[in-house]
Design a protein around this ligand. Structure first.
Ligand SMILES: Cc1cc2nc3c(=O)[nH]c(=O)nc-3n(C[C@H](O)[C@H](O)[C@H](O)COP(=O)(O)OP(=O)(O)OC[C@H]3O[C@@H](n4cnc5c(N)ncnc54)[C@H](O)[C@@H]3O)c2cc1C
Length: 419
Protein backbone atom coordinates (compact mmCIF):
# COMPACT_ATOMS: atom_id res chain seq x y z
CA UNK A 1 0.00 0.00 0.00
CA UNK A 2 1.32 3.48 -0.86
CA UNK A 3 0.10 6.66 0.85
CA UNK A 4 1.30 10.25 0.88
CA UNK A 5 0.55 10.71 4.57
CA UNK A 6 -0.04 8.18 7.34
CA UNK A 7 -1.47 9.55 10.59
CA UNK A 8 -0.91 7.26 13.57
CA UNK A 9 -3.75 7.66 16.09
CA UNK A 10 -7.31 8.91 15.55
CA UNK A 11 -7.74 10.92 18.76
CA UNK A 12 -8.13 14.70 19.04
CA UNK A 13 -4.65 15.25 17.59
CA UNK A 14 -4.94 12.82 14.67
CA UNK A 15 -8.38 14.09 13.64
CA UNK A 16 -7.36 17.77 13.72
CA UNK A 17 -4.16 16.98 11.80
CA UNK A 18 -6.10 15.01 9.16
CA UNK A 19 -8.61 17.84 8.67
CA UNK A 20 -5.92 20.43 8.03
CA UNK A 21 -3.67 18.16 5.93
CA UNK A 22 -6.60 17.28 3.68
CA UNK A 23 -6.04 18.24 0.02
CA UNK A 24 -7.27 16.80 -3.30
CA UNK A 25 -3.69 15.84 -4.26
CA UNK A 26 -2.86 14.14 -0.95
CA UNK A 27 -3.70 10.57 -0.19
CA UNK A 28 -4.16 10.32 3.61
CA UNK A 29 -4.66 7.26 5.82
CA UNK A 30 -5.51 7.52 9.53
CA UNK A 31 -4.76 4.38 11.57
CA UNK A 32 -6.45 3.85 14.95
CA UNK A 33 -5.94 0.81 17.18
CA UNK A 34 -9.29 1.17 18.99
CA UNK A 35 -12.67 0.25 17.52
CA UNK A 36 -13.69 3.94 17.37
CA UNK A 37 -12.14 7.30 16.57
CA UNK A 38 -11.89 9.94 19.31
CA UNK A 39 -9.06 8.65 21.55
CA UNK A 40 -9.04 9.41 25.27
CA UNK A 41 -11.92 11.90 24.85
CA UNK A 42 -14.37 8.99 24.59
CA UNK A 43 -13.88 8.13 28.27
CA UNK A 44 -13.81 11.76 29.51
CA UNK A 45 -17.56 12.16 30.02
CA UNK A 46 -17.13 15.21 32.28
CA UNK A 47 -17.44 18.73 30.87
CA UNK A 48 -14.69 21.33 30.51
CA UNK A 49 -13.68 20.77 26.89
CA UNK A 50 -13.91 23.22 24.00
CA UNK A 51 -13.91 26.62 25.71
CA UNK A 52 -11.11 27.93 23.48
CA UNK A 53 -12.00 26.29 20.17
CA UNK A 54 -15.82 26.31 20.29
CA UNK A 55 -16.35 29.00 23.00
CA UNK A 56 -18.71 26.62 24.81
CA UNK A 57 -18.30 23.92 27.43
CA UNK A 58 -18.56 20.39 26.01
CA UNK A 59 -17.99 16.88 27.34
CA UNK A 60 -15.11 14.85 25.89
CA UNK A 61 -17.35 12.74 23.58
CA UNK A 62 -19.19 15.89 22.40
CA UNK A 63 -15.87 17.58 21.58
CA UNK A 64 -14.66 14.46 19.74
CA UNK A 65 -17.88 14.15 17.76
CA UNK A 66 -17.51 17.69 16.37
CA UNK A 67 -14.16 16.70 14.88
CA UNK A 68 -15.39 13.24 13.82
CA UNK A 69 -18.36 14.71 11.94
CA UNK A 70 -16.07 17.10 10.05
CA UNK A 71 -13.60 14.28 9.39
CA UNK A 72 -16.21 11.81 8.10
CA UNK A 73 -17.62 14.43 5.70
CA UNK A 74 -14.23 14.66 3.95
CA UNK A 75 -14.12 10.92 3.20
CA UNK A 76 -10.55 10.62 4.41
CA UNK A 77 -9.54 6.96 4.52
CA UNK A 78 -9.15 5.39 7.98
CA UNK A 79 -8.61 1.99 9.52
CA UNK A 80 -9.99 1.05 12.95
CA UNK A 81 -8.93 -1.84 15.20
CA UNK A 82 -5.55 -1.58 13.49
CA UNK A 83 -2.25 -0.98 15.28
CA UNK A 84 0.96 0.45 13.90
CA UNK A 85 3.71 -1.80 15.24
CA UNK A 86 6.83 -0.34 13.62
CA UNK A 87 8.03 2.64 11.59
CA UNK A 88 11.25 2.67 9.57
CA UNK A 89 12.70 5.38 7.36
CA UNK A 90 14.51 4.70 4.10
CA UNK A 91 13.75 7.20 1.29
CA UNK A 92 10.09 7.04 2.36
CA UNK A 93 8.66 5.77 5.63
CA UNK A 94 7.82 2.07 5.94
CA UNK A 95 4.92 1.71 8.36
CA UNK A 96 4.18 -1.83 9.59
CA UNK A 97 0.61 -2.37 10.65
CA UNK A 98 -1.23 -5.23 12.32
CA UNK A 99 -4.95 -5.95 12.38
CA UNK A 100 -7.08 -8.97 13.19
CA UNK A 101 -8.92 -8.64 9.87
CA UNK A 102 -5.96 -8.01 7.53
CA UNK A 103 -2.98 -9.48 9.39
CA UNK A 104 0.42 -7.84 9.18
CA UNK A 105 1.10 -5.49 6.28
CA UNK A 106 3.34 -2.61 5.26
CA UNK A 107 2.50 0.88 4.02
CA UNK A 108 4.87 3.18 2.18
CA UNK A 109 4.38 6.83 3.16
CA UNK A 110 6.05 10.10 2.13
CA UNK A 111 5.26 11.65 5.51
CA UNK A 112 4.07 10.43 8.91
CA UNK A 113 2.24 12.28 11.68
CA UNK A 114 2.56 10.62 15.07
CA UNK A 115 -0.50 11.46 17.18
CA UNK A 116 -0.50 8.38 19.40
CA UNK A 117 -1.21 10.18 22.70
CA UNK A 118 0.44 9.31 26.00
CA UNK A 119 0.49 6.49 28.56
CA UNK A 120 0.01 6.60 32.33
CA UNK A 121 2.80 5.90 34.77
CA UNK A 122 2.07 2.73 36.74
CA UNK A 123 3.07 1.31 40.14
CA UNK A 124 6.35 0.14 38.56
CA UNK A 125 7.35 3.73 37.77
CA UNK A 126 6.94 5.03 41.34
CA UNK A 127 8.24 3.48 44.53
CA UNK A 128 5.37 2.15 46.63
CA UNK A 129 6.63 -0.17 49.40
CA UNK A 130 4.57 -3.09 50.66
CA UNK A 131 2.64 -6.06 49.35
CA UNK A 132 1.35 -6.50 45.81
CA UNK A 133 -2.39 -7.07 46.10
CA UNK A 134 -5.05 -6.43 43.47
CA UNK A 135 -6.78 -3.05 43.53
CA UNK A 136 -3.88 -0.74 42.60
CA UNK A 137 -4.22 0.77 39.13
CA UNK A 138 -3.73 3.96 37.11
CA UNK A 139 -6.64 6.39 37.43
CA UNK A 140 -7.17 6.54 33.65
CA UNK A 141 -7.65 2.75 33.53
CA UNK A 142 -10.27 3.04 36.30
CA UNK A 143 -11.91 5.80 34.27
CA UNK A 144 -12.09 3.56 31.23
CA UNK A 145 -13.53 0.64 33.27
CA UNK A 146 -16.20 2.94 34.70
CA UNK A 147 -17.14 5.18 31.78
CA UNK A 148 -16.75 2.76 28.85
CA UNK A 149 -17.21 -0.72 30.36
CA UNK A 150 -19.52 0.15 33.28
CA UNK A 151 -17.48 -1.30 36.18
CA UNK A 152 -16.85 0.54 39.46
CA UNK A 153 -13.37 -0.69 40.41
CA UNK A 154 -13.72 -0.19 44.19
CA UNK A 155 -15.86 0.98 47.10
CA UNK A 156 -13.28 2.58 49.42
CA UNK A 157 -10.73 4.48 47.41
CA UNK A 158 -7.54 6.45 48.00
CA UNK A 159 -5.73 8.36 45.26
CA UNK A 160 -1.97 8.83 44.99
CA UNK A 161 -0.99 11.89 42.99
CA UNK A 162 -3.07 14.95 42.27
CA UNK A 163 -2.90 14.94 38.47
CA UNK A 164 -6.11 15.89 36.68
CA UNK A 165 -7.18 12.31 35.98
CA UNK A 166 -6.96 11.44 39.69
CA UNK A 167 -8.96 14.53 40.67
CA UNK A 168 -11.64 13.83 38.10
CA UNK A 169 -11.86 10.20 39.21
CA UNK A 170 -12.20 11.29 42.87
CA UNK A 171 -15.42 13.10 41.92
CA UNK A 172 -16.60 10.46 39.45
CA UNK A 173 -16.24 7.55 41.89
CA UNK A 174 -17.93 9.55 44.65
CA UNK A 175 -20.89 10.23 42.33
CA UNK A 176 -21.10 6.50 41.61
CA UNK A 177 -21.32 5.66 45.34
CA UNK A 178 -17.71 4.93 46.29
CA UNK A 179 -16.12 6.58 49.34
CA UNK A 180 -12.97 8.48 48.37
CA UNK A 181 -10.93 8.93 51.55
CA UNK A 182 -8.33 11.31 50.24
CA UNK A 183 -5.66 12.28 47.73
CA UNK A 184 -1.95 12.29 48.65
CA UNK A 185 0.45 14.50 46.69
CA UNK A 186 4.21 14.32 47.30
CA UNK A 187 4.78 17.89 46.10
CA UNK A 188 3.81 20.87 48.30
CA UNK A 189 1.33 21.89 45.58
CA UNK A 190 -1.17 20.06 43.41
CA UNK A 191 -0.31 18.92 39.91
CA UNK A 192 -3.87 19.39 38.68
CA UNK A 193 -5.71 22.39 37.29
CA UNK A 194 -7.10 24.72 39.98
CA UNK A 195 -10.63 24.29 38.65
CA UNK A 196 -10.34 20.51 39.17
CA UNK A 197 -9.11 20.92 42.78
CA UNK A 198 -12.15 23.07 43.53
CA UNK A 199 -14.81 21.18 41.58
CA UNK A 200 -13.60 17.62 42.24
CA UNK A 201 -12.17 17.75 45.80
CA UNK A 202 -13.39 20.84 47.70
CA UNK A 203 -16.99 20.49 46.46
CA UNK A 204 -17.06 16.89 47.74
CA UNK A 205 -15.09 17.42 50.98
CA UNK A 206 -12.32 15.08 49.83
CA UNK A 207 -9.09 15.92 51.70
CA UNK A 208 -5.90 16.69 49.77
CA UNK A 209 -2.75 15.75 51.70
CA UNK A 210 0.05 17.87 50.20
CA UNK A 211 3.69 16.79 50.87
CA UNK A 212 2.45 13.24 51.58
CA UNK A 213 3.06 9.91 49.90
CA UNK A 214 2.02 6.27 50.31
CA UNK A 215 4.64 4.45 52.39
CA UNK A 216 2.99 1.07 52.89
CA UNK A 217 0.45 -1.14 51.18
CA UNK A 218 -1.19 -4.18 52.83
CA UNK A 219 -3.49 -6.83 51.40
CA UNK A 220 -3.41 -10.59 51.07
CA UNK A 221 -5.36 -10.89 47.86
CA UNK A 222 -7.18 -7.57 47.43
CA UNK A 223 -5.84 -4.28 48.83
CA UNK A 224 -6.90 -3.83 52.49
CA UNK A 225 -4.93 -0.92 53.92
CA UNK A 226 -2.53 1.86 52.96
CA UNK A 227 -0.33 4.13 55.07
CA UNK A 228 0.58 7.65 54.02
CA UNK A 229 3.28 9.82 55.60
CA UNK A 230 4.30 13.44 55.33
CA UNK A 231 7.59 14.02 53.47
CA UNK A 232 10.36 16.56 54.05
CA UNK A 233 11.79 18.88 51.39
CA UNK A 234 13.91 15.96 50.07
CA UNK A 235 10.77 13.77 49.81
CA UNK A 236 11.88 11.55 52.71
CA UNK A 237 9.03 10.32 54.95
CA UNK A 238 8.88 12.05 58.35
CA UNK A 239 8.60 9.76 61.39
CA UNK A 240 5.37 9.70 63.45
CA UNK A 241 3.28 11.32 60.69
CA UNK A 242 1.61 8.03 59.64
CA UNK A 243 -2.06 8.03 58.68
CA UNK A 244 -3.69 4.67 57.99
CA UNK A 245 -6.68 4.16 55.67
CA UNK A 246 -8.70 0.98 55.19
CA UNK A 247 -9.29 0.95 51.43
CA UNK A 248 -9.84 -1.63 48.69
CA UNK A 249 -8.53 0.54 45.84
CA UNK A 250 -5.53 2.81 45.27
CA UNK A 251 -5.68 4.86 42.09
CA UNK A 252 -2.45 6.27 40.72
CA UNK A 253 -2.39 9.68 39.10
CA UNK A 254 1.36 10.08 39.01
CA UNK A 255 2.03 11.36 35.54
CA UNK A 256 1.59 10.83 31.83
CA UNK A 257 4.38 10.15 29.35
CA UNK A 258 4.22 10.76 25.56
CA UNK A 259 3.92 7.43 23.76
CA UNK A 260 6.63 7.44 21.10
CA UNK A 261 7.73 3.84 21.66
CA UNK A 262 6.92 3.12 18.00
CA UNK A 263 9.90 5.20 17.01
CA UNK A 264 12.41 3.52 19.29
CA UNK A 265 14.36 2.25 16.29
CA UNK A 266 14.45 5.68 14.61
CA UNK A 267 17.35 7.96 15.34
CA UNK A 268 15.92 11.42 16.05
CA UNK A 269 16.74 14.13 18.58
CA UNK A 270 14.81 13.83 21.85
CA UNK A 271 13.90 16.22 24.64
CA UNK A 272 14.82 14.69 28.00
CA UNK A 273 12.11 16.68 29.82
CA UNK A 274 9.10 16.13 27.54
CA UNK A 275 10.33 12.57 26.81
CA UNK A 276 9.40 13.06 23.16
CA UNK A 277 10.99 14.50 20.03
CA UNK A 278 12.61 17.89 19.63
CA UNK A 279 10.59 19.68 16.93
CA UNK A 280 10.69 22.95 15.01
CA UNK A 281 7.74 25.32 14.59
CA UNK A 282 6.30 22.97 11.95
CA UNK A 283 6.18 20.18 14.58
CA UNK A 284 8.70 18.33 12.44
CA UNK A 285 11.28 16.15 14.22
CA UNK A 286 14.94 15.89 13.18
CA UNK A 287 13.92 13.26 10.57
CA UNK A 288 12.36 15.14 7.67
CA UNK A 289 8.76 14.22 6.97
CA UNK A 290 8.15 13.05 10.56
CA UNK A 291 5.66 15.29 12.38
CA UNK A 292 4.52 14.84 16.00
CA UNK A 293 1.62 16.51 17.80
CA UNK A 294 -0.82 16.26 20.72
CA UNK A 295 0.02 14.26 23.82
CA UNK A 296 2.59 12.26 21.85
CA UNK A 297 4.65 15.47 21.70
CA UNK A 298 4.06 16.84 25.20
CA UNK A 299 1.31 16.24 27.73
CA UNK A 300 -1.50 18.81 27.39
CA UNK A 301 -4.07 19.66 30.05
CA UNK A 302 -6.54 21.16 27.54
CA UNK A 303 -7.70 19.38 24.41
CA UNK A 304 -8.31 22.71 22.68
CA UNK A 305 -4.56 23.29 22.59
CA UNK A 306 -4.07 19.76 21.23
CA UNK A 307 -6.40 20.58 18.32
CA UNK A 308 -4.77 23.95 17.57
CA UNK A 309 -1.27 22.44 17.64
CA UNK A 310 -2.28 19.44 15.53
CA UNK A 311 -3.92 21.60 12.86
CA UNK A 312 -0.54 23.27 12.44
CA UNK A 313 1.22 19.90 12.26
CA UNK A 314 -1.29 18.77 9.59
CA UNK A 315 -0.74 21.95 7.53
CA UNK A 316 3.02 21.47 7.79
CA UNK A 317 2.75 17.87 6.57
CA UNK A 318 0.57 19.05 3.67
CA UNK A 319 3.15 21.68 2.77
CA UNK A 320 5.96 19.11 3.05
CA UNK A 321 4.20 16.72 0.65
CA UNK A 322 3.09 19.33 -1.89
CA UNK A 323 6.15 21.57 -1.88
CA UNK A 324 8.89 19.28 -0.55
CA UNK A 325 9.85 22.13 1.77
CA UNK A 326 13.11 21.38 3.55
CA UNK A 327 14.27 22.86 6.84
CA UNK A 328 17.01 25.46 6.46
CA UNK A 329 20.42 25.57 8.09
CA UNK A 330 19.38 28.60 10.11
CA UNK A 331 17.70 26.65 12.92
CA UNK A 332 18.28 27.54 16.57
CA UNK A 333 17.22 26.09 19.90
CA UNK A 334 15.19 28.43 22.13
CA UNK A 335 17.05 29.10 25.37
CA UNK A 336 15.25 29.44 28.73
CA UNK A 337 16.00 30.12 32.39
CA UNK A 338 15.60 27.96 35.51
CA UNK A 339 11.97 29.01 36.03
CA UNK A 340 10.93 27.31 32.78
CA UNK A 341 10.71 23.51 32.61
CA UNK A 342 10.43 23.04 28.85
CA UNK A 343 9.35 24.79 25.67
CA UNK A 344 7.66 23.34 22.58
CA UNK A 345 8.64 23.86 19.81
CA UNK A 346 12.23 23.66 20.96
CA UNK A 347 13.64 24.90 17.63
CA UNK A 348 12.93 27.82 15.32
CA UNK A 349 13.75 27.65 11.63
CA UNK A 350 14.36 31.37 11.04
CA UNK A 351 14.60 31.18 7.22
CA UNK A 352 11.07 29.73 7.08
CA UNK A 353 9.57 31.83 9.89
CA UNK A 354 6.53 33.50 8.29
CA UNK A 355 3.46 32.56 10.34
CA UNK A 356 3.17 33.31 14.10
CA UNK A 357 4.56 30.58 16.35
CA UNK A 358 2.74 29.38 19.50
CA UNK A 359 5.38 28.79 22.15
CA UNK A 360 3.95 26.37 24.74
CA UNK A 361 5.79 25.91 28.01
CA UNK A 362 5.50 25.05 31.69
CA UNK A 363 7.13 26.66 34.72
CA UNK A 364 9.20 24.68 37.24
CA UNK A 365 7.43 25.77 40.45
CA UNK A 366 4.49 27.71 41.84
CA UNK A 367 5.04 31.46 41.53
CA UNK A 368 2.67 34.31 42.39
CA UNK A 369 3.41 36.81 39.66
CA UNK A 370 6.08 38.06 37.30
CA UNK A 371 6.84 38.64 33.68
CA UNK A 372 7.86 36.46 30.75
CA UNK A 373 10.49 38.10 28.54
CA UNK A 374 11.70 36.95 25.14
CA UNK A 375 15.08 38.42 24.18
CA UNK A 376 17.15 38.47 21.03
CA UNK A 377 20.59 40.02 20.49
CA UNK A 378 20.53 41.36 24.07
CA UNK A 379 17.19 43.19 23.63
CA UNK A 380 13.78 42.27 25.05
CA UNK A 381 11.43 41.81 22.09
CA UNK A 382 8.27 40.43 23.79
CA UNK A 383 6.95 40.70 27.36
CA UNK A 384 3.91 39.08 28.99
CA UNK A 385 2.81 39.55 32.57
CA UNK A 386 1.50 36.46 34.38
CA UNK A 387 -0.07 35.63 37.74
CA UNK A 388 -0.66 32.44 39.76
CA UNK A 389 1.74 30.25 37.84
CA UNK A 390 1.87 26.50 38.46
CA UNK A 391 3.67 23.63 36.71
CA UNK A 392 0.29 22.01 36.00
CA UNK A 393 -0.92 24.86 33.81
CA UNK A 394 0.53 25.22 30.33
CA UNK A 395 1.58 28.76 29.40
CA UNK A 396 1.57 30.19 25.88
CA UNK A 397 3.14 33.09 24.03
CA UNK A 398 2.43 33.86 20.40
CA UNK A 399 5.63 34.97 18.66
CA UNK A 400 5.31 37.00 15.46
CA UNK A 401 8.04 37.45 12.87
CA UNK A 402 7.64 41.27 13.14
CA UNK A 403 8.91 41.06 16.74
CA UNK A 404 12.30 39.70 15.66
CA UNK A 405 15.37 41.91 15.35
CA UNK A 406 17.43 39.46 13.31
CA UNK A 407 17.95 35.72 12.80
CA UNK A 408 19.92 35.08 15.97
CA UNK A 409 18.70 32.67 18.71
CA UNK A 410 15.99 33.79 21.13
CA UNK A 411 15.73 33.21 24.88
CA UNK A 412 12.67 33.01 27.11
CA UNK A 413 12.95 33.86 30.82
CA UNK A 414 10.44 34.27 33.59
CA UNK A 415 11.33 36.96 36.12
CA UNK A 416 9.46 36.43 39.36
CA UNK A 417 8.17 39.50 41.20
CA UNK A 418 9.22 39.24 44.84
CA UNK A 419 6.62 40.67 47.20
C1 LIG B 1 -8.62 11.72 32.18
C2 LIG B 1 -8.40 12.94 31.34
C3 LIG B 1 -9.15 14.05 31.58
C4 LIG B 1 -9.02 15.19 30.79
N1 LIG B 1 -9.80 16.27 31.04
C5 LIG B 1 -9.74 17.33 30.20
C6 LIG B 1 -10.63 18.44 30.36
O1 LIG B 1 -11.46 18.49 31.28
N2 LIG B 1 -10.57 19.44 29.46
C7 LIG B 1 -9.69 19.41 28.44
O2 LIG B 1 -9.69 20.33 27.62
N3 LIG B 1 -8.80 18.40 28.28
C8 LIG B 1 -8.80 17.35 29.12
N4 LIG B 1 -7.92 16.31 28.96
C9 LIG B 1 -6.85 16.42 27.95
C10 LIG B 1 -7.27 16.02 26.53
O3 LIG B 1 -8.41 15.24 26.53
C11 LIG B 1 -6.14 15.26 25.86
O4 LIG B 1 -4.98 16.03 25.97
C12 LIG B 1 -6.39 15.00 24.35
O5 LIG B 1 -7.62 14.40 24.13
C13 LIG B 1 -5.25 14.12 23.80
O6 LIG B 1 -5.44 13.89 22.43
P1 LIG B 1 -4.38 13.02 21.60
O7 LIG B 1 -5.01 12.80 20.27
O8 LIG B 1 -3.04 13.61 21.67
O9 LIG B 1 -4.27 11.63 22.38
P2 LIG B 1 -5.36 10.45 22.54
O10 LIG B 1 -6.72 10.97 22.74
O11 LIG B 1 -4.80 9.55 23.58
O12 LIG B 1 -5.34 9.73 21.12
C14 LIG B 1 -4.27 8.92 20.71
C15 LIG B 1 -4.86 7.82 19.85
O13 LIG B 1 -3.80 7.10 19.25
C16 LIG B 1 -4.14 5.73 19.23
N5 LIG B 1 -2.90 4.96 19.11
C17 LIG B 1 -1.85 4.96 19.98
N6 LIG B 1 -0.86 4.15 19.53
C18 LIG B 1 -1.29 3.64 18.35
C19 LIG B 1 -0.73 2.72 17.42
N7 LIG B 1 0.48 2.18 17.61
N8 LIG B 1 -1.44 2.41 16.31
C20 LIG B 1 -2.68 2.95 16.10
N9 LIG B 1 -3.26 3.81 16.96
C21 LIG B 1 -2.57 4.15 18.06
C22 LIG B 1 -4.86 5.53 20.56
O14 LIG B 1 -5.67 4.38 20.56
C23 LIG B 1 -5.67 6.82 20.68
O15 LIG B 1 -6.96 6.71 20.13
C24 LIG B 1 -8.06 15.18 29.74
C25 LIG B 1 -7.27 14.04 29.50
C26 LIG B 1 -7.44 12.93 30.30
C27 LIG B 1 -6.56 11.72 30.04
Amino acid sequence: MKKDLVIIGGGAAGLAAALSANHPDINILVIEREKALGGILNQCIHNGFGLHVFKEELTGPEYASRYMDAFLKLNIEFLLDTTVVDVKKNDDFEVTVSSFENGLFKIDAKAVILSSGCYERTRGSVIIPGERPKGIMPAGSAQRYLNIDGYLVGKRVFILGSGDIGLIMARRMTLEGAKVLGVAEIMPYSNGLTRNIVQCLHDFDIPLYLSHTVTNVKGKDRLEQITIQEVDSHFNPIEHTDKVFDVDTLLLSVGLVPDISLFDSLDFKRDLVTKSAIVNQFYEASISGLFICGNALHVHDLVDYVSIESEKAGKSAQNYILNSKKTSKNVHLIGFNENIRYIVPQLIDFDNFNDPIDLSFRVTKKMDSGVFKISQSGKVIVTKKAKHLAPAEMEKINLKVESLIDNSPITLVFEEEKS
